[in-house]
Design a protein around this ligand. Structure first.
Ligand SMILES: *[C@@H]1O[C@H](CO)[C@@H](O)[C@H](O)[C@H]1NC(C)=O
Ligand SMILES: *[C@@H]1O[C@H](CO)[C@@H](O)[C@H](O)[C@H]1NC(C)=O
Ligand SMILES: *[C@@H]1O[C@H](CO)[C@@H](O)[C@H](O)[C@H]1NC(C)=O
Ligand SMILES: *[C@@H]1O[C@H](CO)[C@@H](O)[C@H](O)[C@H]1NC(C)=O
Ligand SMILES: *[C@@H]1O[C@H](CO)[C@@H](O)[C@H](O)[C@H]1NC(C)=O
Ligand SMILES: *[C@@H]1O[C@H](CO)[C@@H](O)[C@H](O)[C@H]1NC(C)=O
Length: 724
């Protein structure tokens, strides 16, 4: 292995001393750390045993110089030295020049050459410097490298020319008075080749630019000024950067300088520090030393590479979590409860919810909040609306009425199971079946829409109805006022209306049952007319408004036209419903009296015995009355189902009472009290006197208190109303 003979430089006494980094410094122990503001790291050094051969620095008058072959006076001034991260020396090198008289006589010149590189450790940095040429008719180039096709391997230069004194421009270095060019790598010297002033390159009559200048300068270190064509001193020096490397060679064999592959772990290997590594030079042969990742300091000294406390330099070594320095590295963890999508050195630590979970959580929270807000608002609005409706529908006046239950909207919904059980159409809207909590079956009806004007009327109406407590009057249980149209809750009549029973269900109806229905209805009406706490009239008595419960007990319903009756009669606002049962007097005068109800009841009685529905023209009633007037009986019209020999008298008596109720002269009509008495008497007579009872099973019903009145009906001549 003759090629790898130990280089002679390794036997220099300096190398036998162990170079150890002074604590925190990068200079050899006991050596001068700096000179004139320039730090001197090993392998550079001032004084014996302080530098590696080839890296000696001279210190004079607070100024550092490279120790070259030149004398100190013309020595190369050092601006800075560095080992890490780049091996670099900044020096001031003289400018090359040549000057001429107007007659083209050369008055002075310098090629600028200085021997800064006695051992060959330096190369002019090709990446950080550039070549400038100033002049108005000149060509300058540099040459370098080993001999190639010509004397050197590299040539680089440029031409500067001016047409006249005004040609050059400040800052413009593109051939007019100034040119510049990048330089090739591997330059070991700064010697300039200046074109001789002859022929086309003559400087005759060129007073505006008597000198040519050429220099290598660090990038950004020089800005062209037109003045410099005349004012630049010939002693001018320019800052320039030199790359350096360990370029040991077998001097005796003048073989190639060693690269890392040839020196690592061999005797004389320069990267002596722990945690250091060898890196091949990029500008010229040789190698440099570097601290490995996580270390810094001086790899050329024993223990020169020190661990970096990364945690103290967060800008260089980021950590988004908790930082822990380790030998040669550092750990970065997210705090407990936090996590990162990747390495927390690069990615932020977030609370231990995944981004999506967080997003979802945030969204959920936000949406929930929104929903709550909306709901709250809606509920508030709903509540205030309900309150408003409650007020509007007379809630204030009704909430203290005894026996009247005020239902909330929800309660009502529950009661009707969301209006699932449709019963039929009432006068103002649908009627639904419902069940109270105590299993009482009820009917829920819409009332009329209440306005400011009708509010008092409505509340009065409800009050009246709630006070009508009689087994033959459909009981008003409660109401709901929180809705647009108030709802009224009534007791439920399982068998529907008398109208249904007579004409739609076509079931057999015994005379007893018919009598019971007649008596019950009359009792209810009588109660309204006289016995109730308030004297009222119904105004719309008809089979459709007489409801029958599961026992066929009649219940007078629909107080739609009922009015508080404080006087004998009042003016009714309107007449609603079919005219079949309406008192013609009432129709003519608009005066609704109790006798109007009596008339309507008479019409119902006629239907009970004939089972034929009245017509709007009341022709049937007229015929009925006519038959009585002409024949003393309306036998021809009686329902054949009940018209038996035994019952014919009974039917005639009922029919007669009906005709009296239908009298034209209201004064001749009986009061309901009398009607009840006479009907009850008829039933009693039937029970005691006539025993043939062919009634159906329903006839077991006993209906109400029987009047004890002893007055006996004295039939008068019927005088039915005849319209004029
Ligand atoms: C060199 O500089 C130091 C401080 O910067 C100063 O104290 C010293 O006098 C200087 N020496 C010379 C020779 O200028
Ligand atoms: C070049 O110089 C000549 C003579 O001095 C002058 O006449 C001419 O205008 C100049 N041309 C430019 C482009 O400056
Ligand atoms: C170049 O000219 C400018 C302006 O006159 C001057 O300030 C500067 O020092 C000159 N530069 C050199 C290197 O002579
Ligand atoms: C140098 O020696 C060290 C330990 O002594 C070893 O880990 C390393 O791999 C060696 N390097 C080369 C290039 O042989
Ligand atoms: C450096 O290496 C030496 C031996 O070569 C060893 O004794 C010393 O502990 C090492 N120092 C560090 C910090 O690893
Ligand atoms: C020296 O090592 C550091 C850290 O490992 C690296 O960033 C740098 O580029 C290296 N320098 C050279 C010249 O290889």
């Amino acid at each position: 292995m003759s090629r790898f003979r130990m280089p002679t430089v390794f036997f220099l006494p300096a190398m036998l001393l162990s170079a150890v980094a002074a604590d925190g410094l990068t200079v050899k122990a006991g050596c001068k750390e700096s000179c004139g503001g320039v730090d001197i790291p090993y392998p550079f050094g001032i004084g014996a045993d302080c530098f590696r051969p080839g890296f000696e620095i001279l210190c004079s008058s607070n100024t550092s110089y490279l120790a070259g072959k030149t004398t100190l006076s013309s020595g190369i001034r050092v601006l800075s030295l560095s080992v890490m991260p780049r091996p670099e020396v900044r020096v001031l090198l003289p400018v090359a020049f040549q000057c001429f008289t107007a007659k083209n006589r050369r008055t002075g010149y310098s090629f600028g050459e200085v021997d800064f590189n006695p051992v060959g450790v330096y190369r002019i940095s090709s990446t950080h410097n550039e070549l400038f040429v100033l002049g108005c008719n000149t060509l300058v180039y540099i040459s370098s490298g080993p001999t190639g096709r010509y004397r050197y391997s590299y040539y680089a230069g440029c031409v500067a020319f001016c047409n006249d004194s005004r040609s050059a421009q400040d800052g413009a270095c593109a051939g007019v008075g100034c040119c510049r060019v990048d330089i090739p790598p591997g330059l070991t010297g700064n010697s300039m080749h200046l074109q001789e002033s002859e022929g086309t390159w003559s400087h005759i009559d060129q007073e505006f630019s008597p000198c040519d200048y050429a220099f290598i300068v660090e990038k950004g270190g020089y800005q062209f000024k037109v003045d410099n064509l005349t004012n630049m001193p010939t002693t001018q020096a320019m800052p320039m950067r030199l790359d350096w490397a360990i370029r040991d060679s077998d001097i005796q064999s003048t073989g190639p300088m060693y690269s890392c592959a040839q020196v690592v772990n061999k005797t004389g290997y320069t990267c002596v520090s722990n945690n250091s590594q060898c890196v091949d030079s990029t500008n010229g042969p040789g190698y440099i030393c570097n601290c490995t990742a996580g270390y810094e300091g001086n790899p050329y000294l024993l223990n020169g590479c020190k661990n970096i406390n990364e945690c103290a330099r967060p800008e260089e070594f980021p950590c988004n979590g908790e930082c822990h320095d380790t030998e040669g590295s550092y750990n970065c963890f997210c705090r407990r409860g936090y996590q990162s999508d990747g390495d927390p050195k690069e990615n932020p630590c977030n609370p231990k919810f995944s981004r999506t979970a967080k997003l979802a959580l945030g969204l959920t929270f936000g949406v929930s909040l929104m929903i709550v807000a909306i709901l709250t608002t809606v509920i508030k609005l709903e509540r205030s609306k309900r309150k408003e409706l409650f007020r509007k529908n007379g809630g204030k006046a009704l909430q203290d009425v005894t026996g009247l239950v005020i239902f909330t909207k929800e309660e009502l919904k529950k009661i009707t199971d969301n209006d699932s059980n449709f019963l039929g159409k009432g006068r103002f809207g649908n009627v639904y079946k419902g069940t109270l909590r105590d299993n009482t079956v009820v009917a829920v009806k819409s009332s009329i829409k209440v306005s400011k004007e009708t509010k008092d009327e409505f509340t009065e109406e409800v009050k009246i109805q709630s006070k009508m407590i009689h087994k033959n009057i459909l009981k008003l249980i409660g109401c709901c006022l929180e809705v647009d149209v108030p709802k009224l809750v009534y007791e439920f009549a399982a068998n529907g209306s008398l109208e249904d029973t007579l004409y739609r269900r076509k079931r057999p109806l015994s005379l007893n049952l018919r009598l019971d229905i007649a008596i019950g209805s009359a009792e209810g009406l009588k109660y309204m007319h006289s016995d109730a706490p308030l004297v009222i009239r119904h105004g719309d008595i008809k089979p459709g408004n007489i409801l029958l419960d599961e026992n066929f007990t009649p219940k007078i319903s629909d107080f739609g036209l009922s009015k508080l009756l404080t006087l004998e009669y009042c003016i009714a606002d309107s007449v609603v419903g079919p005219f079949a049962y309406i008192d013609p007097v009432y129709r003519k005068t608009g005066l609704l009296t109790q006798k109007s109800d009596v008339y309507s009841f008479g019409a119902v009685l006629v239907e009970l015995v004939t089972r034929e529905q009245n017509d709007n023209g009341q022709e049937r009633i007229k015929r009925f009355c006519r038959l009585y007037a002409e024949q003393g009986s309306a036998q021809a019209m009686f329902d054949k189902e009940i018209e038996t020999d035994e019952d014919i008298f009974m039917l005639e008596q009922i029919g007669k009472l009906a005709t009296e109720c239908l009298e034209e002269d209201t004064h001749n009509r009986p009061y309901m009290t009398e009607v009840v008495e006479r009907l009850v008497m008829l039933r009693r007579r039937r029970k005691h006197g006539i025993t043939q009872d062919r009634s159906g099973p329903e006839d077991t019903i006993t209906n109400g208190s029987e009047s004890t009145s002893a007055s006996v009906l004295v039939p008068s001549t019927p005088d039915c109303y005849r319209p004029t």
